[in-house]
Write a protein that binds this ligand. Structure first.
Ligand code: FAD
Length: 324
């Protein structure tokens, strides 16, 4: 059967927004090529599969097997291969995340499929599938064609609007996970601390810090400002590498791409890789001690000064205005 297959992700029993973004792209391609839209979810049960099918998919395949949790790439490759063999799609889409970054290229090699990772758009040009992808740290866009009958892509988060769901559910079909050959055993899982307050990906206001914050101890300024403003917390890759914040809070090309109403960049230089994550932000405010910092080119409002003085003063002022 020809068709467009999208893989969804379910965490804590909830279908992740990235699944619905992949569904939007898959639905568009299925409609334009006149083939069925099918979905799949790994490590999840029939109920989650039914929810995912409400995007208009005729069928959702699910692999409900304890060997898929905790995550091991070999188990995901085996499960996805079983699903693909069950429905024989031409095009397969995955949300891009740290797990699919690892296992999808290996799956593509195993199935001799053409793969474009971190695509931002998939188009049909003269009936041929084309992927658009940011390159050179987001400074340019490249167009890729697929040189194999089986075409796969991982989609950057935020590239598509989440697909609307309806009350109509498609068929949920269980797929059996075959034997998994792996030399990996998970001994311990340590949860990534996401902290209190709004989640970075969906927050309407984000306070984000960079190396200009100075020290890990000073990071409290960012947390306090975010708490005061009801904002999500983000940061540059530089502070993630120093371990001041977890990788899940990294904003940018190789981190999370966000589109809040207000993005407050504190002590962030505005490298092209960072800006690639905030091109969708409606208003950017920058606080930086260097008046020549690149972030000011992207910012609508800027304050040149020491973040340790400016940020607390800014928060105080917001408090005063709110108290009126
Ligand atoms: C392939 C690739 C992918 C990457 N992906 C990402 C990504 O996803 N996200 C990302 O952020 N980076 C990414 N990077 C790294 C990126 O290029 C930059 O190195 C990084 O963003 C710099 O972080 P920063 O702005 O915190 O630090 P810096 O560039 O060192 O900037 C610190 C800023 O703080 C200012 N400052 C210093 N003291 C103060 C003070 N007291 N008060 C106020 N301001 C002060 C300085 O003037 C400076 O502008 C990537 C790089 C590569 C090669």
């Amino acid at each position: 059967m020809a068709g467009v297959l999208f893989f969804g992700y379910v965490a804590d029993g909830r279908v992740q927004a990235s699944s619905l973004e992949a569904a939007t792209c898959a639905k568009d391609l299925a409609q334009k090529t006149g083939v069925p839209l099918v979905g799949a979810v790994l490590g999840s049960n029939q109920a989650a599969a039914k929810t995912l099918s409400s995007v208009g998919a005729s069928e959702i395949y699910f692999v409900d097997d304890s060997r898929l949790q905790p995550y091991i790439s070999e188990a995901h490759i085996a499960a996805a291969e079983a699903v693909i063999r069950a429905c024989s799609p031409d095009i397969v889409l995955f949300p891009q995340n740290s797990e699919t970054n690892e296992w999808v290229p290996r799956l593509a090699a195993k199935l001799d499929a053409a793969l474009v990772t971190a695509a931002s758009q998939l188009l049909l040009e003269n009936g041929e599938l084309v992927a658009i992808k940011a390159i050179s740290g987001g400074a340019a866009k490249a167009e890729y064609s697929f040189g194999r009958p089986l075409r796969m892509a991982t989609l950057s988060a935020g590239s598509y609007e989440p697909c609307e769901t309806t009350s109509q559910e498609g068929t949920a079909t269980a797929v059996t996970l075959p034997e998994v050959k792996t030399s990996v055993a998970v001994l311990e899982s340590i949860a990534d601390a996401t902290g209190a307050g709004p989640q970075l990906k969906t927050a309407r206001v984000v306070v984000s810090g960079g190396l200009g914050i100075g020290t890990r101890e000073n990071w409290k300024l960012i947390d306090d400002a975010a708490a005061e403003l009801g904002a999500g917390v983000g940061g540059s890759r530089a502070v993630v590498e120093l371990g001041w914040i977890p990788p899940s809070k990294q904003v940018g090309f190789s981190g999370v791409k966000i589109s809040p109403d207000l993005y407050i960049a504190v002590g962030i230089s505005g490298a092209v890789h960072h800006l690639a994550g905030i091109s969708g932000a409606k208003t950017i405010v920058a606080i930086n001690s260097d008046s020549e910092a690149n972030i000011f080119k992207a910012a609508r409002y800027g304050v040149v000064g020491d973040a340790k003085d400016v940020l607390p003063a800014f928060v105080e002022r917001v408090k005063e205005l709110r108290a009126r």
